[in-house]
Design a protein around this ligand. Structure first.
Ligand SMILES: Nc1ncnc2c1ncn2[C@@H]1O[C@H](COP(=O)(O)OP(=O)(O)OP(=O)(O)O)[C@@H](O)[C@H]1O
Ligand SMILES: [Mg+2]
Length: 256
């Protein structure tokens, strides 16, 4: 694959639109004298791709996802571009950070991204229906077809319940519904099935991937349930960690 800085990649003669284009992105962190460095030499993700983020606990998966969702500012970067629509110009995220345009970043996050959290992150005082439609309401969109989405997720009977009246697996399905309801360009999921037993985790992961495929949404998922990466057709992004001999410096390099 040939990559250029205009955010397209030429692969076997076909042009692919890159939703993310990162070059030499670095995030450093320090806590109690222990330094951590995440380095992304080069990362290109095409619109519609399905990515699995794989690496041991503490290697920096959430750190990378926080940068990809514009929550956390890279310590340095050569390029960080985001292009949520094929027809539009790429957005220079690095420049937004440099200029302190935090509102623009948060608008971009609300409009273009969906996020599935490890434990669902649902609002306990809202019904399932209200939780799912929240992103659309915040964006001033009509409520869309919540029933149809709930049916696809197998939670149509629970729409008027509160999250506390659901099982963990049902809550995770609602969280997926909430992340997809406004049809974002990309859905990011950080260990979305970690609190489920392996069989439920597998079923929900398969359903999640099936739905993003049907909606043609790009997906990045960090998870430990990796037996099915191949079966689900995900591209593997690997995080490899090295410690220096003193144990005070950890570096993770993202590749794939
Ligand atoms: N706010 C912070 N300040 C300083 N260091 C942090 C902070 N958050 C995380 N770290 C450190 O950064 C490193 C990467 O953490 P991160 O949460 O990204 O890992 P992870 O791969 O998501 O782990 P897990 O699989 O356990 O969720 C760890 O060494 C962690 O201790
Ligand atoms: Mg994490």
């Amino acid at each position: 694959m040939v990559v250029n800085d205009s955010d397209t990649a030429i692969s076997t003669g076909q042009e692919r639109v890159l939703i993310y284009h990162l070059r030499e992105v670095i995030k450093t962190r320090e806590a109690q004298g222990v330094a951590f460095k995440l380095r992304v030499p080069s990362l290109q993700i095409a619109l519609g791709e399905k990515i699995a983020l794989i690496g041991e606990s503490g290697c920096g998966k959430s750190t990378l996802l926080d940068m990809l969702t514009f929550i956390s500012r890279p310590s340095s970067e050569a390029a960080f571009k985001f292009r949520p629509e094929a027809g539009a110009q790429p957005i220079d995220i690095a420049r937004h950070w440099q200029r302190g345009q935090l509102n623009a970043l948060s608008d971009l996050r609300m409009l273009r991204l969906g996020y599935v959290m490890q434990t669902g992150g649902l609002l306990p005082y809202l019904s399932v229906r209200e939780n799912i439609s929240l992103s659309r309401r915040l964006l001033g969109l009509d409520l869309g077809n919540i029933e149809l989405l709930a049916e696809a997720l197998g939670i149509e009977k629970h729409l008027d319940k509160r999250p506390s009246q659901l099982s963990t697996g049902e809550r995770q399905r609602v969280a997926i519904g909430r992340a997809l309801a406004h049809e974002p360009a990309i859905v990011i999921a950080d260990e979305p099935t970690a609190s489920l037993d392996p069989i439920a985790a597998e079923a929900i992961m398969a359903l999640f991937i099936e739905m993003v495929e049907a909606l043609n949404i790009t997906v990045i998922v960090a998870s430990h349930a990796w037996r099915h990466v191949h079966k689900l057709g995900l591209r593997r992004l690997t995080l490899k960690t090295h410690k220096d001999s003193s144990g005070r410096m950890t570096e993770t390099i993202v590749s794939g």
